[in-house]
Design a protein around this ligand. Structure first.
Ligand code: ZN
Length: 470
């Protein structure tokens, strides 16, 4: 059983476009280039929403549902003409968790945490976060982000796409439960998209009758929240810098039409929520959800074992935005390795031991920091860190020079004695360098007795590898 995920994944820094509009007119936000059709947005969002509904405790409380639905509908009516897509269906569902968060999926499904409504000081603050989320959807940021990765393969829909859309925190929560489909969530919205959603959002707010400065107020409220119930939303929606300042500036250029003066509905809903049992944390809630949906979805604490399904002869393509794409057997699941790696393994071949993700058959891809910019040295460092988590791992007897994704690479084969299963296993490590100099690795694992029958699969996976880093 192989333990990996030792190194920090290197995520390419996003270049923030310095667009400081000093004009006192409404800023026009053009939707970014997108290779997907609006219908594909709808389809992706529909699937992800179904997963989200399984994993998250949706509140079935008429008062809360209709409250956020009213705000949502008012905001949707204020989306500018050129950003309307007739296919999109905007829906608003409250989630019974404590954290201040909300997320929206392509094509329209939005989920709003109860904790967000509880933390807000005004209805405008709730509307501010919702308007920001709505703007991501209307500007089609999820698939625009995915388009950057699938520039040469239009229409390719992979798990990573959904991970990108959901963003860090949520992607992890959801993929922990489902273990597939929602992707490893390395991607989140770029700061450029964040600024677009802020600006578009304040314009929508003003047209819907809200004071657009309430968006900035809510961001301040979110920032003030510390601890475990803290600014999860901010990790999915990073501050592009000067957020409050440019929101305030944009707000000054806007006139609020039909202002909503009455906030009685807001005080009523807060009073109603105070009467309900305290909302659980997302972690507590998703654990319960995991139990409810049976043991087949979650694998926490379970050491792999039992019959392993043979690799399917048909393959599916996995895309990691601006990094790589690879084909893996269709019946291998995608397992999240924090932010540093992604593993593909068949059912029954993965689980957890001592709090670490482990797998007995499968392949893991990841990126390690390379300070030396020398492939051989970086590979040796990777093997040393693998040896720390796997004390019975053999030392490399040598390296083969190979071609990995059209780049110069190294390959070595090691043996290991699994601590958990006691069995002997064979491990093949392949490495190459990314354009930024960092180390890219692929680790293929199978029990020694099975390795020869898996070799063809590993070779096919390796030869499908293509790099998309720039
Ligand atoms: Zn955002």
């Amino acid at each position: 059983m192989m333990r990996t995920s030792l190194r920090q994944f290197h995520v390419a820094a996003v270049v923030v476009a310095a667009t400081t509009a000093l004009v006192s007119a409404q800023t026009k936000i053009p939707p970014p280039p997108n290779n997907y059709t609006p219908a594909q947005d709808v389809e992706l969002g529909r699937k992800a929403a179904a997963d989200a509904r399984q994993q998250l405790p949706i509140m079935h409380d008429d008062a809360v549902s209709s409250y956020i639905d009213d705000i949502g509908k008012r905001l949707v009516a204020a989306i500018p003409e050129d950003l309307r897509h007739p296919e999109f269906r905007y829906t608003f569902e409250p989630v019974n968790v404590r954290e201040i968060n909300a997320f929206a999926l392509p094509g329209g499904p939005m989920f709003v945490n109860r904790g967000m409504i509880e933390a807000a000081h005004t209805e405008g603050e709730v509307a501010g976060v919702m308007a920001h989320e709505l703007s991501h959807v209307a500007l089609r940021h999820g698939t625009a982000q995915a388009s950057k990765a699938t520039k040469y393969e239009v229409g390719q829909v992979a798990g990573a796409v959904l991970g990108a859309i959901i963003g860090g925190g949520w992607g992890q929560v959801i993929s922990q439960g489902t273990q597939f489909g929602l992707g490893a969530a390395f991607l989140r919205f770029s700061r450029e998209y964040e600024k677009q959603a802020d600006i578009e959002g304040v314009q929508i707010m003003a047209r819907a009758g809200y004071d657009p400065r309430d968006m900035a107020n809510m961001f301040r409220t979110i920032e003030k929240q510390g601890g475990s119930g803290g600014p999860q939303w901010l990790s999915d929606h990073p501050n592009p810098g000067n957020r409050v300042e440019y929101i305030t500036q944009e707000a000054q250029a806007l006139r609020v039409t039909n202002p909503i003066g009455d906030s009685r509905a807001f005080s009523q809903i807060q009073a109603h929520l105070r009467q309900l049992p305290k909302a659980p944390t997302t972690e507590e809630a998703t654990k319960t959800a995991g139990r409810r949906t049976g043991g087949s979805t979650g694998s926490a604490g379970r050491v792999p074992g039992g019959r392993i399904e043979p690799p399917a002869s048909s393959y599916r393509t996995y895309e990691e935005g601006n990094l790589f794409r690879v084909s893996v057997p269709e019946n291998w699941r995608e397992l999240e390795g924090g932010t540093s790696s992604v593993t593909f393994a068949p059912e029954g071949a993965y689980g957890q031991a001592n709090g670490q993700n482990v797998f007995t058959h499968g392949v893991e891809f990841g990126v390690g920091r390379n300070e030396t910019h020398d492939l051989q040295t970086a590979t040796q460092e990777l093997l040393s860190s693998l040896a720390q988590g796997n004390p019975n791992l053999s030392r490399p007897s040598g390296f083969d020079r190979i071609n990995l994704g059209d780049r110069r690479g190294l390959r070595t084969t090691l043996s290991n004695q699994s601590e958990a299963t006691g069995g002997a296993e064979t491990i093949q490590v392949m490495t190459t360098q990314l354009r930024d100099g960092n180390l890219f690795y692929a680790i293929a694992v199978a029990p020694r007795g099975d390795f020869s029958s898996y070799r063809g699969v590993f070779d096919r996976i390796a030869s499908s590898l293509q790099f998309t880093d720039r």
